[in-house]
Design a protein. Structure first.
Length: 273
């Protein structure tokens, strides 16, 4: 290991262990993201000044049911996304592994699709504006992204490319070469920075008064920030698009950013003048 490389923090991936039962940091990250997101969405709904004509699309009490739908969408979509978008050969060769979600393996892009489907069904069942439901959840998603990427770092997964930057560090299982802590880049940009950007739009630009604006801003912002972070990712993440000099996540994020820009143009076009 080079003398100037930072040591990788020796944190046990298992946060709590009681007899045969163990709880990993990854699972706690999902729980923390969902609980804090649930609280944040309730706060947004309670502030009538943020909404058009002072009328939120639903009651704060409805968030309890909404986040049950969202949790199911995240888990089902995230797992199917990992299977279909990132490692189809492995899982189709080992189909029983698809159901072993406790081993890890959740794709954000798949989880996003699953969440969108869940939110649409929720909105139809409650007869509320689907775009406003999506805006609320999009505003809270960076909270979960932040905790999820910190858990990735603790687990030593989703690693970066070899680097000589002063903060590079060797990752267990990937040799002695120091690498970019790309998980921390993502936690900061996709979690903290994106959350503040959406909060600014909500508080200073009254974005929640225009259904679809926060959702489209999230797609464009996350897609762009994730594309930047993917430049520092380990080359092995190019499995699906191996013929391209970029990672699989970069390609999916580029499509996401384009969809967000199209959404912003569409929202602006339908906004009352």
């Amino acid at each position: 290991m080079p003398v100037l490389a930072l040591p990788f923090p020796d944190i046990d991936p298992v946060a709590i262990s009681i007899g045969p039962v163990s709880i990993k940091w990854y699972g706690l990250a999902y729980v923390a993201g969902l609980l804090l997101g649930w609280w944040y969405v309730k706060r947004l709904l309670s502030d009538r000044a943020l909404w058009r004509s002072g009328e939120p699309p639903m009651r704060p009490a409805d968030v309890d049911d909404l986040f049950l739908w969202v949790a199911l969408g995240v888990i089902a979509g995230g797992r199917l996304g990992q299977v279909l978008l990132y490692e189809p050969r492995y899982y189709f060769s080992n189909p029983l592994e698809i159901f072993k979600i406790w081993k890890g393996g959740m794709a954000f892009h798949g989880g996003m699709i699953g969440t969108i489907v869940a939110m649409w069904f929720f909105a139809r069942s409650r007869r509320v504006e689907a775009l406003s439901v999506m805006d609320l959840v999009a505003a809270a998603v960076p909270i979960g992204l932040f905790f999820g990427r910190i858990a990735n770092f603790i687990n030593g997964e989703v690693v970066g490319r070899p680097s000589s930057v002063p903060w590079a560090m060797p990752i267990p299982g990937y040799g002695p070469e120091p690498r970019h802590p790309s998980q921390l880049y993502e936690a900061f940009l996709e979690g903290f920075v994106l959350f503040l950007l959406l909060l600014w739009l909500i508080r200073k630009r009254q974005a929640l008064a225009t259904p679809g604006l926060i959702g489209a801003s999230f797609l464009a912002g996350y897609g762009a920030l994730r594309m930047f972070c993917e430049l520092f990712k380990h080359e092995e993440y190019s499995t699906v698009f191996s013929s391209l000099p970029v990672t699989t996540g970069f390609v999916y994020s580029a499509l996401m950013a384009i969809a967000g820009l199209i959404g912003l143009a569409w929202v602006r076009g339908r906004r009352p003048t």
